[in-house]
Write a new protein. Structure first.
Length: 312
């Protein structure tokens, strides 16, 4: 497989072992707020955009939606290395960008300015940059481009779409919230619900209670996160994970909990909302990122300032 057009190794950051690391790829528009620049690109074209980025290369870009998540991931690495300096199961962050290396200097300078430990910057001229995800061992891909995300999911990589929003940087530890159906789990119950309504879905769940739910698009990422989480006792873990689902715990919670147990996936807290809006509980948790397949839930999270990622 061809390497991306240009990969810049960040020599200021200790490079991770890709066979052991939990590799997260973020696009520039996911990690920085490039909305004005993107508008310029769409309206005036690539040359004008490149000229603007070069003229402003020493002006740091403002943080984007995934910024606080990446900072929290760095904190986890720090805590892991404090307890075992030889540990190789670490987070590894790379930036995947459709910028040319010339216009990418501002991206690199911005990352340095904020002290972000990004190990590689990959500048790709191809229309579909997601073809390089597997060769870098990427386990999670965050992008502000829906086509990118759909392509990554088709390639079997956990991926989600981030929307630009003002994000309050939450404190550590790293807090990640997953929705259930069509995110951690398959959407089998959702399909029954569409066809047979709530009563049919409840009956289905009761009948299937002993059988684990199928895997969803973010299961692989959640499992890697869970394995890192297991390196620490519950009290001292720098990672906290949550399940926040629209289902009621009484009728559908048992199967979800049994499935997590079967997978060996530790979840710190599970909330079964029984159709209530998720915004208030998310405001309480203050996660660094919230993954959901429901667009209304993403909007509810954004309304309370929670960084959100949609799994289409």
């Amino acid at each position: 497989m061809a390497e991306p057009e240009s990969t810049v190794i960040n020599t200021n950051v200790k490079q991770k072992d890709p066979s052991r690391a939990l590799v997260i790829a973020v696009t520039t528009r996911a990690i920085f707020n490039l909305e004005e620049e993107h508008k310029l690109y769409l309206e005036k074209g690539k040359e004008e955009y490149t000229r603007h980025q070069q003229a402003n290369q020493d002006k740091p870009l403002p943080p984007g939606t995934a910024f606080a998540f990446i900072q929290a991931v760095q904190y986890v690495n720090k805590k892991i290395l404090e307890s075992n300096p030889a540990e190789r199961d670490l987070f590894d962050i790379l930036v995947l960008s459709n910028n040319s290396p010339e216009s990418g200097v501002r991206i690199i300078n911005s990352a340095k300015h904020y002290g972000l430990e990004i190990s590689k910057f990959c500048f790709v001229s191809d229309e579909d940059s997601t073809q390089y995800l597997k060769s870098h061992g990427v386990k999670l891909f965050l992008s502000a481009d829906r086509t990118d995300v759909c392509n990554a999911l088709r390639r079997g990589v956990s991926a989600a779409l981030v929307f630009q929003q003002e994000v309050q940087a939450p404190s550590t530890p790293l807090r990640v919230v997953f929705d259930g159906d069509a995110v951690l789990f398959s959407n089998e119950t959702d399909q029954i619900f569409q066809e047979q309504g709530l009563e049919g879905a409840v009956q289905y769940e009761r009948a299937m209670e002993a059988i684990p739910i199928g895997e969803g698009p973010l299961k692989a990422f959640a499992m890697h996160l869970g394995n890192m989480r297991k390196k620490f006792g519950q009290e001292k873990s720098p990672i906290r994970t949550y399940l926040v689902t629209a289902h009621s715990g009484r009728d559908m919670g048992i199967r979800a909990i049994k499935t997590l147990r079967e997978w060996g996936l530790p979840i710190d807290e599970a909330f079964f909302m029984d159709g209530a809006p998720k915004g208030p509980i998310l405001a309480q948790i203050q996660p660094h990122i919230f993954f959901d397949d429901g667009f209304h839930n993403i909007q509810g999270a954004q309304n309370v300032g929670v960084p959100s990622a949609w799994v289409p």
